[in-house]
Design a protein around this ligand. Sequence first.
Ligand code: BGC
Length: 762
Amino acid sequence: MKKVLIYSLILVGCFACNSSNQDFVLNNSNTMISEKVEALLAKMTLEEKIGQMNQYSGFMDFTGPQPKGGQQAKKYKDIEKGLVGSMLNVHGVENVKAVQKIAVENSRLGIPLIFAFDIVHGYKTISPIPLAEAASWNLSLIKRSAEIAAEEASAAGINLTFAPMVDISRDARWGRVMEGAGEDPYLGSLIAKARVEGFQGKDLGLPHTIAATAKHFAAYGFAEAGREYNTVDVGTTTLYNTIFPPFKAAVDADVKAVMNSFNVLNGIPATADQFLIRDVLKKKWNFNGFVVSDWDSVGELKNHGFAQDGRDAAKKAIIAGCDMDMESYHFIEELASLVNDGEVDLQLINDAVRRILTLKFELGLFDDPYKYLSKKREKETVYSQKFKKDILNIARQSIVLLKNNNQLLPLKKDHQQIAIIGDLAQDKTSALGSWRIASDDGKAESLVEAMQNYPATNSIRYAQGPKFIKGDVHFVKELNVNTTDKSGFEEAIKIAKQADIVIMNLGEHGFQSGEGRSRTKLGLPGLQQELLEAVYEVNPNIVLVLQNGRPLTLTWAEQHIPAIVEAWQLGSFNGSAIAQVLYGDYNPSGKLPMSFPRSVGQLPLYYNHLPTGRPNDPSQQDVFKSFYIDQQNTPLYPFGYGLSYTQFKLSNFSVNSFSESNEFKVSISVELTNTGSLFGTETVQLYIQDPVAQISRPIKELKSFRQVSLNPNQKKLINFLLSEKDLGYYLPNGDWIFEKGKFNFFIGTSSDTSLQAELNLQ
Ligand code: BGC
C-alpha cells in the first residue's frame, strides 16, 4: 500500500514538473504524445485500460435516467481503483478538484480524469439556443459564442463539452431541434465547423479551450414522427448527402470526440453500428478521436432487441467502435471477461484507450491535472460582464423578422403608449432555453425589464395575462400548462385598449423544447392563442414577439397580426436584444434555419426535397398530383427567410463557366442594392439544382451565401465561385460523383428564390 502511494506521488510529481515551456511545445507534437501514450499503455493492466473507457455521471446534475441508489460510493471507489476514465456532470473548481484528486492521488497510475459536461449554449452566461444562433448565419459570431462558452466552462474545470449537436432535423415535433443548426446540410456543416473551432481553439493545451463532441452519430434528427428516441429508417442517399456532412465537417475540423445516438438506424442501433462507426467514421473519415456512447445507450441495446444481456451489449458496442461507455456500466462489468474469454480482441481495447489517453495528453492533464482548477480564474470568469457585448450581439443577430406590415416596426421612441402582454415577458428563466444545465434560474434579462430601462420616453405598461405554466418546470414529464384559468385576460385587454401599440410576448416555455420534449401540436400552447385573439379584437396594432425552441404553426397570426418577430430563446441578454430590434437600434438580419410549417400534418417539411413524379400545379384542378386537399404544400415561412426594416433588391445576375486545372468552375455574380431608407444587412443565398442525374436530386440546395451590410442607396457586386465539389453529390453506395450536364442556379434572399439561370457544363 505504501509502495503504491509513493509510486502515485512520484507520478504526480512528474506530471507537475513536466509543465515547463519547453515540454509544452513537445507535448503538443503528435509523435511525442503517441510515444507517451504507448509508454503508459504498456504499464496498464487490462482492468485499468477498461477503466479509461468508463464514464460515470457525478451526482450534481442528471441528464439521463437516474442510477439506482447506493452507487455514489461505488463510483468514488472505482475512481480510486483506476476504473474510471471520465466523469460527466461534475463542474465547478472545488467539485472537480475533489474528484480529480481521487484519481490522481489515489489510483495506482494516477491517470487524470476528463471532466465532461453539456456546454450546449453556454455554461453560466447563456447565449441563444443553437437553433437561434444558426438563424444569424453569422459564422464568426457563432464561433465566438462557442469560444466564450469554452472560456467560462474551462474556468469551472470542464475539459470536454458534449456539443455541438450537428443532427440535421426536418421535423419540428422533435424537441431537440433547438440544439442543432436546422434542416440544411451545407449551413449545418459550416456551423459545425465554426462551433468545433470555437470550443477547441488552436491548441487544446491552452487554459481557455475545451474539447468538443459532435453528436449524435447518426440520424437522431430523423426519429419517426418526431417522437423522441424513436426508430429511424432512412436510405443511404439521405445519410451521405444530408445527415453525414455536418459530422464530416466536424471531423475535418479535428473534433476530439463523437457521441453515438440513441436511435436504431435501419434496424441497427447506432451505438453498435459497425458501418457507422468503424467503416465510415473511423476508416473512411480517418477520425482519430474517441467515440462516447450516449447515456446508457450501450445498455439500451437490450431494449432495442439487439443484445441479450449486458455482456452481449458491451461486446457489440466495442466491436462496432464505441470507445467509452457513458453510464451503462457494461464496459466496466463485462469487457475484461470478454477479452479473457477471447470474445473481444485486446487490440480493440488498446485502440480505444489510445484515443482517450491522447486527448488527456492534448489537454495537458498529464502536465498538470489541476491546470483548469484555479478558484481565482473561476471567480473572475464565470458570469463575467466582459462576455456581454458579444453574446448580446449574437442574440440580436439571431432574431428573425417574419412580418412587418405598415412599417409598424421599428417602434418610435417617444409619445407612445406601449402595452406589453404575456407571462413570458417577465419570465427571467424561460429565455435561457433548454440544455443550460449549469446556469441559474432567473438570470435572463426579461423583455419587460429591458423595455422599461430602454432610453426612450414611451409609457410602458405591462399585463401578465393568464399564468402560462403552473408549478415546477424542471425535469417534469409534462409542464403544467394553464388551459383553464383565465384570470389576467381582463387586465390585458384593458391595457391593450389604451395603448398605441401592443407587444405580445408569446411562445413556448424554455423547457417545452429540448430532450424528451416532443410535441404533436405546434400552435401557441395553453391560453396564449385565445389571449392573442382577444387582444386583437380590441387593438389590432400588435407586434407579436415569439419565443420558442422550434418552428411553430402560426397561420392565424400570419393572417391577422401586422408585425411578427421570431425571438427564440435568446439567453442571458434576451430582453436587451429584443428591445434593440424593436426600437430599430439593431435592424433585424436573421434568416430561418428551418422551414415553418402551416400545419403539423406537413411534417417533415424541408426546402431541399426531391421532385415527385406528379408535382403539384396549384393553378390546375387535377387531383392526381402530390398535394394535400386541405393545406398548401409550401411552408408558411421558408428556410432562409427573414425581413429587414430596409429593402433590398437583387439585379444583374450572371452565371458563367470556365475550366481550370481540368475542372469546371462556375462564377456567379449578382448586384445587391439597399433600396430602403435604413442601414441594413442582407444574406444573399445561392442555390443549385442538378435537374437530371443518376439519382433524383433535390429541387434546390444551398451552396453558398454572403452577408452584406449596406447604407441606403448603396450597392455591392457579390461574386460566388463554385467548383465541381459543390456541384457533385454522393451516390447511395457512398461514392462521390460529379456529373456533367445541365445545372440550374438560383439567387435569392430566402430559399424562395427570385433569380434563376441555367448552364450546360459539357
Ligand atoms: C443526451 C446527450 C447528452 C448526454 C449527457 C443524453 O441524454 O442525449 O446529448 O450529451 O445525455 O448529458
